[in-house]
Design a protein around this ligand. Structure first.
Ligand SMILES: Cc1cc2nc3c(=O)[nH]c(=O)nc-3n(C[C@H](O)[C@H](O)[C@H](O)COP(=O)(O)OP(=O)(O)OC[C@H]3O[C@@H](n4cnc5c(N)ncnc54)[C@H](O)[C@@H]3O)c2cc1C
Length: 174
């Protein structure tokens, strides 16, 4: 056998191995895909228009401009008082838009400034309750300075924990 023939055999061997590897992978993925399809069919999941409609409603229904929310209830959630939940009711008493898991409110806070007057800061907090038309809930963790740092603690989370109580008014851009 010449060295050229030997090279051809080696190349053919490599090609065969690659083909086998790709076929096995394809087969595995195909089986996984079929299993998922069978499970969806068994559970009869509403994957189509209903789900798309819900997403569209929840993402397009936020208000324009601002809405004010009154804190109706504040609940400390843990023993070390590091997480508190705030139950918020819209001042205008109009029904609230629905939301999907992962959606959040953006708060525009006017905090006392170190220099003069107040300073505006913006922070986001996830909606932590099931959707309901008359109120939202957010749960906020107090943010401490990084270990060994003498930086100030988190501004917004400290403000919520230390200053925001029942009756406080919060401004929420849509
Ligand atoms: C979409 C979204 C959803 C979120 N949902 C939630 C939620 O549901 N609940 C929740 O608790 N949080 C949530 N967060 C996080 C939240 O928005 C804030 O980022 C968090 O509360 C910290 O903000 P703060 O103003 O308290 O801290 P900041 O004032 O922003 O400080 C952050 C950190 O930096 C340190 N720091 C400040 N100044 C210095 C400095 N000069 N040098 C070194 N370090 C410094 C502070 O000590 C603190 O540790 C969410 C964020 C996003 C984007």
């Amino acid at each position: 056998m010449t060295s050229f023939n030997l090279l051809l055999w080696i190349a053919a061997g490599c090609a065969l191995q690659l083909a086998i590897y790709l076929s096995i992978n394809f087969w595995r993925h195909w089986q996984g895909y079929q299993a998922l399809r069978d499970r969806d069919a068994e559970l009869n999941l509403p994957v189509t228009i209903d789900a798309a409609k819900k997403v569209a409603e929840a993402t397009s229904a936020a208000w324009s401009g601002y809405r004010n929310f009154r804190v109706a209830r504040k609940v400390v959630e843990d023993n070390v008082q590091s997480i508190s939940s705030y139950y918020l009711v819209p001042e205008d008493r109009q029904a609230l838009p629905p939301f999907l898991p992962g959606q959040y409110l953006t708060f525009q806070l006017a905090l006392p400034s170190a220099t003069v007057g107040t300073e505006e800061i913006i922070r986001c907090y996830s909606l932590s309750d099931a959707p309901r038309p008359d109120g939202y809930r957010v749960s906020i963790k107090r943010v401490l300075p990084p270990q060994g740092s003498n930086a100030a603690p988190g501004r917004s989370s400290s403000y919520f924990h230390d200053q925001v109580d029942v009756g406080a008014l919060l401004r929420v851009p849509g």
